[in-house]
Design a binder for this molecule. Structure first.
Ligand code: AMP
Length: 307
């Protein structure tokens, strides 16, 4: 069976203006946010429907950009105040990063209300945002086939209980290696992932390991996928969000969340994420087509050493 471009993915998460500094330069108040990155990645495969909030300062050109990508913004509220703002600086290794500033702004009292036609969407991505907001979205959906959840160190620090309560309701937790260690207190990523499965994550852990790729851990076994080897890393911001957005976009388009399909989705995630990091903000993705993504997905399969 082929891909269904009309399949839908419900995405809740931040829509943001980011100030980001890396070894290669700096951008100020650039378009960012977990839901933004994820929805653009999903749009390579099918139709993302976003639930989020922006402030009065959110620019029309950014609404236009997302709509041209086929992102359904019916569930994106516009409220008095400023759009979520995040500022971060990458360490010289371009892996570690410091958060310099997080201003929740309009997310502070955001009440996500799903438009009626979002409620029955079968594929749901809880992109990075306060776990309390992720829960409010889950409370409104009517039995999706697959729920994928992301989070970050901040929420593990300040909203651990709400996050842990959410886990038995999600099928797949997508999390980076540092966060899975922080969440479980176990330095061994595989053991940590298995512990989260034992504690209630329904189907799988997908641990993102940056340039070292990703590891899929289920009760049945383990899968590993490489990252696409990038030699012009400009800004890692959004790599994780676009990895997950492409992954769920592929699963929704195939309407197949089986283990073999999930393994394939890791390759699509890696391909899209590799473009994200070749520019600041969503700059590189603006010029990247689905055909470009498919070339990298194919290359990834070719360069993998299998015996
Ligand atoms: P990633 O690099 O994939 O971890 O995601 C980076 C994006 O996450 C940036 O565009 C930020 O706007 C967004 N972000 C940073 N901190 C938070 C937060 N506390 N909640 C939600 N989104 C955030």
């Amino acid at each position: 069976m082929g891909e269904n471009k009309d399949a839908r993915v419900l995405i809740v998460g931040s829509v943001a203006y980011d100030t980001v500094e890396t070894e290669t330069g700096k951008v100020e108040m650039a378009l960012g946010g977990a839901a933004t990155y994820a929805s653009v990645a999903t749009s390579y495969y099918c139709r993302p429907s976003v639930v989020a909030v922006v402030g009065e300062d959110f620019k029309d050109e950014h609404v236009d950009f997302l709509e041209k990508r086929g992102v359904d913004l019916k569930g994106m509220q516009r409220k008095k105040g400023k759009t979520f703002h995040w500022a971060g600086r990458y360490l010289p290794d371009m892996i570690g990063r410091e958060t310099l500033d997080t201003q929740l702004n309009v997310f502070e009292d955001f009440d996500p209300v799903l438009p009626d036609d979002y409620k029955g969407i079968d594929y749901v991505f809880l992109a990075n945002i306060h776990p309390g907001l992720q829960k409010k979205v889950l409370d409104q959906v009517t039995g999706p086939k697959l729920i994928v959840c992301d989070t970050m160190n901040l929420w593990i620090d300040i909203a651990r209980e709400e996050l842990v309560e959410l886990l038995p309701r999600v099928n797949v937790l997508v999390i980076n290696d540092e966060e899975v260690r922080q969440l479980t207190g176990d330095f061994n990523v595989i053991r940590a992932a298995r512990r989260l499965l034992a504690d209630g994550v329904k189907t799988a852990l997908i641990v993102k390991r940056g340039e070292h790729g990703s590891t899929l851990v289920t009760r049945e076994g383990i899968g590993v996928a490489p990252a696409y080897p990038v030699d012009n890393l400009i800004d890692p911001t959004g790599a994780g969000d676009t990895f997950a957005g492409a992954l769920i976009g592929y699963l929704a388009a195939m309407d197949d969340a089986s283990l073999p399909s999930m393994k394939k989705s890791l390759i699509h995630g890696a391909a899209v994420a590799s473009f994200t990091v070749e520019g600041f903000s969503l700059d590189r993705l603006r010029e990247t087509t689905r055909a470009d993504v498919d070339v990298r997905a194919r290359e990834l399969r070719e360069i993998m050493i299998t015996e």
